[in-house]
Structure formats: structure tokens, C-alpha cells
Design a protein around this ligand. Structure first.
Ligand code: HEM
Length: 482
């Protein structure tokens, strides 16, 4: 904690004595330290208060956090110990955590540690020199010429999915989008066509169910949830090691050398001039991270986007007009992206209302500050993107689906970090452009061929797992246009 200096540090001696001036100074210092801490609930040491807090969070995380923001403002503190939890939703505080003082806030937060039990030490969870090396290795896979190549695969897979959708079929849109985005990431980054995506999708459902709520059971107890996580991880391992082994086998048989990310990671030692390449475990961690991070978020963004379009006929019409004008019935391509402006706004607005990465956690690894508040090392920090995206100061009429709010003139007025679907600073999403291109192309391809009619009995609710998914899998009825 930063303390007020005595009026004259050279006179610290007299202040240390129990004099009248000394007591006055102590009182001022106490007041300062109080005002230097954001407001928040004092759970004290009461086990009941803490259990109540966790229970409310487990039951309705979004509502519980919303109520706290309404009561305490843009930042609140839970717990009064030196290692408190700070929860925030203001762009200036976001900048402090992710950009200005990014070196002081690391990824050792419990949420990432739980994720690391599955992902290992890949790009999303690693830190320091190890992370820098991984980022250097992976970055070229997201360079513009590569993205241009991937766009063909994205459209091909979207058209294949569109072709498979029968008129009036009743389906879960989440499941359709998961299969589609899984196939795309596997083909573009790892050059793999033949994959059992259903097991991976099932593993993701289990992981989301397990990670969406605090685990309150005693450590070591083999609960059904924990057993499912274990089985899910085994399935994911089988999928990823299968990709590695197939590639090694085809190289040994003299197959044409691939130039995808998988090959790049296999060849890491040559390109880095570093004799130690990635071992099998490191390779697995990296591939699994990209495999999961590369499909799950985009799949939810698309599911929410189609749901919102199904509920807003005017937006659907504006999208149809743009697709007819720009594409005239043909499939989209990389060069069309710059003209698919409304399509891009639809994606952005869907991610504003339902940001797949709804919260970004960090752990203070050294003393730091957020705005006027000193934060001591060991404190947890959570940025709630979901609530910031629905704050009327940054997005007027925040509950409305209004893609045109992303027109240049209006988005320029917004604070830079108020819109945060991909994070910010050096740990921002490496797949941001990949995801935007994919979402635009998939919407443009599918919307020309099918309409998804929402078929749920009640509106879907956002469920906070690893990412923000619709709680009912988004039931839809397919209507073919062609
Ligand atoms: C709509 C789609 C996506 C959303 C909303 C999204 C969101 C995010 C966010 C918010 C972060 C920062 C997390 C943090 O600061 O702790 C992140 C990081 C990351 N994302 Fe994405 N992402 C998306 C798509 C993708 C895709 C397509 C890929 C890969 C193909 C990907 C791979 C990654 C990786 C590897 C990181 C860690 C980067 C690092 O720490 O260096 N993401 N993503």
C-alpha cells in the first residue's frame, strides 16, 4: 500500500511518538488508506458471508456482479486482506491492467491455473520468456497472406455445412457452429481433414460446465464433474496427439511437405536457431490451446449473431441487402471483406452484447495501481467485459442490437478500451483478425442460403463457462432459401 509521507520525512522521529501531532497524522493516514481503497462488500472472516458470496456467484454470476457494480461503481473490492479481489468495468482501469501496468498483472490467476490443467503451458497460459518465444513461433501463421489462403477453406467449409442443412430441420445452432469452426481451425492451422469433432465438442461441453462455476467440493474427491473433465482431457489429448502422429507418419512416408502451423511448430528448432525444439508435451499444449481457443469463441460469436439476426428483422434485411449488392448470389472471398461492412458490424455488435471472453482475470505479481487505487502483489483482478459492453456511458441504449453503432463516426467517440472482445495490450488475442474474417465469411456464406428461425420456448440466457455460451444450445429450425 502507498502511504502518505509525513509532512517532513526528516521529522519522522517525533511523529512516531504518541504525541498529539502524531495521532493526527496517524488519523489522516488511516483516512487516506480508506479512501485509497475502492468500496466493496466486507466479507470479514465470517464463513457464512463468504459461503453466501460464493453461492450467489455460482447461481447467477452475471447478476451477482451486476448488483455489485450498481452498488459500488466501476471498481469494487471483495475482502479486506492485503490480497483482495478487485472487480472492474471502466476503460481507464482496463488500460491500467492490460496496457500501462501490464508487467505487474500476470496470468497466475486461479481461472488460468484451472485452464492450464487442461491446456498445459501453451500460448494462452504461459508467461515471460517462454510466452514470448511461443508468440514469435505462432505469429506468422496469422500473417495476411496466410489469412487470405485460409479464407478459401473457411468459405468451402461454410458452403459444405450450408449444403448439409435440410429444410425445416430442428437443430442446436451451437452444435452446428462448433462442428464448423472446429473443422476450419483443424484444416487451416493443422492441415487435417479427418477428425472426430464430436468427441472434442463433447469434451468442450464438459469443460465449460465444470469451469463455469466455483468448485466447492473438497480437494481430491472424484466428483462426477471432475471425472468428466478427466475423460474430456483424455479425448482432447487423443485428438491432438493423433494430429501430431499422422503428420510425422506422412512426413516419414515422403508426403509433400506442408507449410502450416503444425509443421512450423514441429520444425521450431530450425527456424529459431535454437537447438531445443518443442518436445511432445509442449507441442501438445500449443496445438490444444490453438485448437480450443481457435474455435470455441468464434463458434459462440456466430451463434449469438445468428440468434440476434433472427430476432431483428430490420437488421436481417440490411444484411441481406448488403449481401445481394456486394455478392449478387456468389460465395464471398477475401477481397469482398472490405465491402461487407454491415456484416462486420453485425459480428461486432453480437460480441458487444455477448462477448465470448466475458471476463478477463489477472493476478497482481507486484505492487501496482489501478486508477487512484494501490493494489498489492497477490491481489486478484477481474475485468468484466460483459458489463462494460452494456454500460450506457460507452454504448447508448446498451440493451438494443444496433449494428450501425459501429459506423466510424460513432465508434470514434467511444473510449478505446470500452470495447474489448479480444482483450488489449501484449496479451491480446493472436487470432483476432482470423476470427473476424472467419465470422464475416461464414455469415455471408450461410445467410445467402439458409435462415435460422429461433425455436426455443424462452429467450436463451448467457451461461458463463470458459466462454459465454447460450444456456440452451440455441435450438433453431432451418429454412432453406435456395
Ligand atoms: C471471436 C473469436 C475470439 C475471441 C472473442 C477471442 C478472445 C480472446 C481474448 C479476450 C484473449 C485475451 C485473453 C487475456 O487477455 O487473458 C484471447 C487470447 C488468445 N486467443 Fe483469442 N479470441 C477469439 C478467436 C481466436 C482464434 C480464432 C484463435 C486462434 C486461431 C485465438 C487464439 C488465442 C490465443 C492463442 C490467445 C492467447 C494470446 C497470448 O496470450 O499471447 N483466439 N482471445
Amino acid at each position: 500500500m502507498t502511504r502518505l509521507s509525513p509532512p517532513n520525512p526528516g521529522e519522522a522521529g517525533p511523529y512516531a511518538r504518541a504525541s498529539l501531532v502524531g495521532s493526527a497524522y496517524a488519523a489522516i493516514q488511516h483516512m487516506a488508506s480508506v479512501t485509497q481503497s475502492p468500496p466493496g462488500p466486507d466479507l470479514g472472516t465470517s464463513i457464512y458471508k463468504r459461503a453466501g458470496h460464493l453461492f450467489r456467484l455460482a447461481l447467477d454470476p452475471i447478476g451477482a456482479v451486476d448488483a455489485r457494480f450498481a452498488r459500488y461503481g466501476d471498481i469494487y473490492r471483495v475482502g479486506q486482506s492485503s490480497n483482495s479481489l478487485y472487480v472492474l468495468k471502466h476503460p481507464d482501469y482496463v488500460r491500467d491492467v492490460l496496457v500501462t501496468h501490464a508487467h505487474a498483472f500476470g496470468k497466475q490467476h486461479g481461472a488460468f491455473q484451472r485452464l492450464a490443467l487442461v491446456l498445459g503451458d501453451g500460448l494462452l497460459t504461459s508467461e515471460g520468456e517462454r510466452w514470448r518465444r511461443q508468440r514469435r513461433l505462432v505469429q506468422p501463421a496469422f500473417a495476411r497472406p496466410r489469412l487470405c489462403e485460409y479464407s478459401e477453406t473457411m468459405v468451402e467449409e461454410a458452403l459444405r455445412t450450408a449444403g448439409e442443412l435440410r429444410d425445416r430441420a430442428r437443430l442446436s445452432l451451437s452444435a452446428v457452429m462448433t462442428q464448423l469452426t472446429l473443422r476450419i481451425v483443424a484444416r487451416t492451422l493443422f492441415g487435417q481433414h479427418l477428425l472426430d469433432t464430436s468427441r472434442v465438442a463433447r469434451a468442450m461441453r464438459w469443460l465449460n460446465a465444470a469451469f463455469g462455476r466455483p468448485d466447492l467440493m473438497p480437494r481430491g474427491l472424484p466428483t462426477p464433474t471432475r471425472l468428466r473433465v478427466r475423460r474430456g482431457v483424455a479425448d482432447l489429448d487423443a485428438a491432438v496427439f493423433g494430429m501430431i502422429d499422422r503428420r510425422i507418419a506422412s512426413s516419414a512416408q515422403g508426403a509433400v511437405r506442408e507449410h502450416d502451423l503444425l509443421q512450423r511448430l514441429l520444425d521450431a528448432r530450425d527456424e529459431e536457431g535454437d537447438l531445443r525444439g518443442l518436445d511432445r508435451r509442449e507441442l501438445r499444449d500449443q496445438l490444444l490451446t490453438l485448437y480450443l481457443a481457435g474455435h470455441e469463441t468464434t463458434s459462440h460469436a456466430l451463434t449469438w449473431a445468428f440468434y440476434l439476426l433472427s430476432q431483428h428483422p430490420a437488421a436481417q434485411r440490411a444484411l441481406d441487402d448488403e449481401l445481394a449488392r456486394v455478392l449478387g448470389g456468389r460465395p464471398p472471398g477475401f477481397e469482398d471483406l472490405q465491402n461487407l461492412v454491415y456484416t462486420e458490424w453485425v459480428v461486432k455488435e453480437a460480441m458487444r452484447l455477448y462477448p465470448p471472453a466475458f471476463a478477463i482475470p489477472r493476478l497482481a505479481i507486484q505492487d501496482a495501481a489501478i486508477g487512484p487505487y494501490p493494489i498489492s502483489a497477490g491481489s486478484e483482478v477481474v475485468i468484466w467485459t460483459y458489463h462494460m459492453h452494456r454500460d450506457p456511458r460507452f454504448f447508448p441504449e446498451p440493451e438494443r442490437f444496433l449494428p450501425e453503432r459501429f459506423a466510424d463516426s460513432s465508434s470514434a467517440e467511444r473510449s478505446k478500451h470500452a470495447y474489448l472482445p479480444f482483450g488489449a495490450g501484449q496479451r491480446a488475442c493472436i487470432g483476432q483478425t482470423f476470427a473476424m474474417i472467419e465470422a464475416q465469411l461464414l455469415i455471408a456464406s450461410l445467410a445467402q442460403q439458409v435462415r435460422f428461425r429461433y425455436d426455443g420456448k424462452r429467450p436463451p440466457r448467457p451461461r458463463t463457462g470458459v466462454t459465454l455460451a447460450p444456456d440452451n444450445g440455441l435450438p433453431i429450425r432451418v429454412e432453406r432459401l435456395r
